[in-house]
Design a protein around this ligand. Sequence first.
Ligand code: DAH
Length: 352
Amino acid sequence: MGEQTSSVAEAALAALVHLKEDIEGALLDTAEGINEYRIRHLSRKQGQITALLKRIPDVAPEDRKRFGLEINAAKDRVEARIEEATAAITGAGTASAASVDLTLPGRTQAQGSLHPITQARRLITRVFENYGFDVAEGPEIEDDWHNFSALNFPPDHPARDMQDTFFIEEPGTEHDGILLRTHTSPVQIRIMEEAMKEGEPPIRVIVPGRVYRNEAISYKSYCLFHQVEGLYVDEGVTMADLKQILHAFARTMFGEDVRMRFRPSFFPFTEPSAEVDIWWKDEDLPGGGRWMEILGCGMVDPNVLEGVGIDSEKYTGYAFGMGIERIAMLRYGIEDIRTLYENDVRFLEQFS
Ligand code: DAH
């Protein structure tokens, strides 16, 4: 053997060392990178491993066996690295420790939530829908007729002052009082007027919506809030029907064992009228709780029915109206109504 031959053998051994460096050192973090790596090493035509196998005859006979074994080991390493890297980029199987840091916190997606008023409104609406009520809406800008007169509030009657009204046009002017509705009850009138154009009762509807009052703002009152109005007019509707539906509602809203009471009250558009309270358990209070008013209700006053052309000898009806904020505050334990209008995400995200 001459010098020529031994330098050829050295070159083959050096190529093997170089190959091992590339096998371990190559960065395999993309699919293209992995593919190039596969071709570079394993391809039959251009692969470095194939090329090295062809150089076995150059190596001194006593080194050939070890040379061959090392090439095979290198080939196994290439295959293992390809498998590992593929698993890491596709996220499947055991990820390689080099590419995934398991101590990093996970990536979370911020989740939105429905406003508590929306949640309470949907819940209330769903309960009455289950009892066969339709859902309707009415305008927030009303006239004096629908908001007051048709509901049996006589002109200059003090009951009008109970509802501090935002007037857009003062009463007595050309349009005789355009205002922001102070309650959802005017929609009762609109619905009955509409129904009488098409025929007769029965009418069975609930009306969720926003209302406005010019009141001093405090923890318990705000210049706008939401109500749900209910109206049922048919032959033979009685106060017992009203009590039954409201009791069923309270059980769904506040639990099967809810205690409720009807307290006589006054509204111009209902006769008799009542307010409904539920017993709110609170161990911190003397007596273990207190009565909380949740709604007003009554039998639709015959004057109201006659005013929209419904025969009050033939038909009777009940009506009720409740504040959504009040119910949301009770259900979710909210103490200050203003927090419902501040849109502070730290407050709102508690209701997701
Ligand atoms: N509209 C009344 C209010 O805002 C609530 C109310 C009471 C509505 C009795 C009704 C009812 O339908 O029958 O104070």
